[in-house]
Design a protein around this ligand. Structure first.
Ligand code: GRF
Length: 222
């Protein structure tokens, strides 16, 4: 069943899917605590009952549930039904560690977003910070993108470039990227909620977007 294209007035209703810590969920909840923010979190789904992130939803009084179903198809059907029942207009993956069923991805096409801790298309999949260190890049970062069937692929909405330091290990780099994620995801959801995103093939045009004027150099001083 296709999702409705016209949206009611008011804040965009967002469902968030998590598997673990939920710090990006927390950043979205914090953003939505401001009544001027154009989106609200209406449902949190975890595929793991012990996900610490569920506590963020509970604390904020947001409906939350676990769907621990091992079958990919049944998980997708239950998640789809729960999201629709909640009135979610956008589904946001935030540290969601299961591969989603293709039917789910198709049903939520252009209404399903993900955050990944690298500058996609570089370093998709597991351990992107480790991959970045191994490749010797001087910048990595994070990406919010619309979800397509292939893992960590789809039209890119927003990215933050994060410098790699010579003494970084995986944990230090991940921490610096995570701080950027917590700003990037609320910003990307805001752009969606404001109706400013237009998907043209593999690219996203953003109305009123202001790109930075200057290049970043690492080492600085270039
Ligand atoms: C984040 O780095 C996110 O980009 C990746 O998984 C991590 C989840 O962290 N997909 P959290 O659960 O949001 O704290």
């Amino acid at each position: 069943m296709a999702l409705p294209r016209e949206r009611p007035r008011g804040r965009l209703r967002v469902g968030v899917l998590i598997s673990g810590r939920g710090s990006n969920l927390e950043a979205l909840i914090d953003a939505a605590a401001d009544p001027a923010y154009p989106a609200e979190i209406v449902l949190v789904i975890s595929n793991r009952p012990e996900a610490p992130g569920l506590a963020h939803a509970a604390r904020a009084g947001i409906a939350h549930r676990t769907i621990a179903e091992p079958s990919r198809e049944i998980f997708a059907a239950e998640a789809d039904a729960a999201l629709r029942q909640s009135g979610a207009e956008l589904a946001a993956l935030a540290g969601f560690m299961r591969i989603l069923d293709n039917g789910f991805v198709a049903a939520w096409r252009d209404r399903l977003v993900n955050i990944h801790p690298s500058l996609l298309p570089a370093f998709p999949g597991l351990h992107p910070q480790r991959q970045a260190l191994a490749a010797g890049v001087r910048f990595s970062g994070c990406t919010v993108h619309f979800v397509r069937a292939q893992v960590d692929s789809g039209p890119i909405i927003a990215q933050a470039a994060v410098p790699v330091h010579d003494d970084d290990d995986e944990a230090r780099l991940a921490e610096r990227i995570l701080a950027a994620e917590h700003r990037l995801y609320p910003m990307a959801v805001r752009l969606f909620a404001e109706g400013r995103l237009c998907i043209r093939g593999d690219r996203v045009a953003i109305s009123g977007a202001v790109p930075p004027e200057i290049a970043l150099f690492n080492p600085a001083g270039g």
